[in-house]
Design a protein around this ligand. Structure first.
Ligand SMILES: [Zn+2]
Length: 320
């Protein structure tokens, strides 16, 4: 009762929604924004506990935002893409802290040993013996680890800009030019390995974490024609609901900037009963459309704990 009353008096009106990708032991083969070391993740979760953050599921956070009962310092934890390490490495940390999370899965990879085009790019660039790459009339330097990281950033931006609807075709080309395996299988202990259906079902049944869709193969959906849009969005929602046996209420857009989705995808989500669309726009006040668009703070692997702490505290102040 006491708690209910103090929650009613909350001065904070919006949750801070965090977006993670992979959480791994050690370091990735090439420096990568999306691969956060376990020790950093554990320190961030401990910080949230210490400051009394209330970690809610995305559905509860949105519902309580709408009815004005959101507790102070509300946080939502999300993971994009569906890496196997979300369950193997991150989940034990969250379970120990009693925090729920939602994992947004690229469902084309469940029950395969394949991975996203971004993982394939990192893997190919770190494994090739070549010292340069020719791609679309440009030469890219691969002569040092730093040069490979730079090349990865440039190629990734080029692919998102020019081949956003089917980025995996660019990877077939790049892997072949680099003399590495095209569309390789990743072993089950690889940091690039994605979640299997059994693992998703088991974790969903255990109730510590929930699952929702993030398209099937991670294209930028604004670049898709209507048929491909249906296949990627509707297909992935159906995949998740079939695997978990539960309806889903939210969806996360790949890449997630405002230009990465459009009215067609919002209408499709609304038609499927999805009323929460997660983006990577800055954490902000919710949109008034249906589905509600929820911005997120994307937590990068290079952010030190002090930076994480100040971003969180700043957001608590800003999201009042
Ligand atoms: Zn993603």
């Amino acid at each position: 009762m006491q708690e209910a009353r103090s929650e009613k008096r909350s001065q904070y009106s919006y949750p801070l929604v965090l977006c993670y990708h992979a959480v791994i032991d050690g370091r990735p083969p090439l420096d990568d924004f999306c691969f956060l070391p376990r020790s950093n993740f554990r320190a961030q979760i401990r910080f949230l506990s210490l400051i009394g953050a209330r970690v809610l599921s995305v559905e509860e956070a949105v519902r309580r935002t709408r009815d004005g009962t959101l507790p102070p310092r509300s946080v939502v934890v999300t993971f994009d893409d569906g890496f196997k390490n979300n369950i193997d490495v991150a989940l034990p940390v969250l379970t120990k802290a009693g925090m729920p999370a939602t994992i947004y899965v690229n469902t084309a990879f469940t029950d395969t040993a394949k991975s996203t085009w971004a993982s394939r790019l990192t893997f190919a660039l770190s494994n090739t013996e070549k010292s340069s790459l020719s791609f679309h009339g440009e030469e890219f330097d691969l002569s040092s680890p730093a040069a490979r990281v730079e090349t990865k950033k440039t190629l990734s931006a080029f692919i998102k800009e020019n081949m956003a609807g089917e980025p995996w075709t660019a990877l077939d080309e790049i892997e072949a030019s680099l003399d590495v395996e095209v569309d390789p299988d990743f072993p089950s202990d690889s940091i690039f390995r994605m979640l299997g259906a059994d693992q998703i079902r088991e974790a969903s049944d255990a109730g510590h974490v929930s699952f929702a869709a993030h398209t099937r193969r991670h294209p930028i959906v604004s670049a898709l024609d209507d048929d491909a849009l249906l296949e990627e969005i509707d297909g992935s929602i159906k995949d998740i609901e079939r695997i978990t046996g539960r309806p889903t209420a939210s969806f996360a857009f790949p890449n997630g900037r405002q230009e990465d989705f459009d009215d067609r995808s919002l209408t499709l989500l609304a038609d499927r009963g999805i009323d929460i669309a997660l983006t990577t726009s800055a954490p902000n006040r919710f949109s008034t459309e249906d589905p509600v668009q929820v911005g997120r703070f994307v937590v990068g692997s290079r952010l030190p704990l002090a930076g994480f702490a100040s971003r969180v505290l700043h957001a608590f102040w800003k999201l009042r």
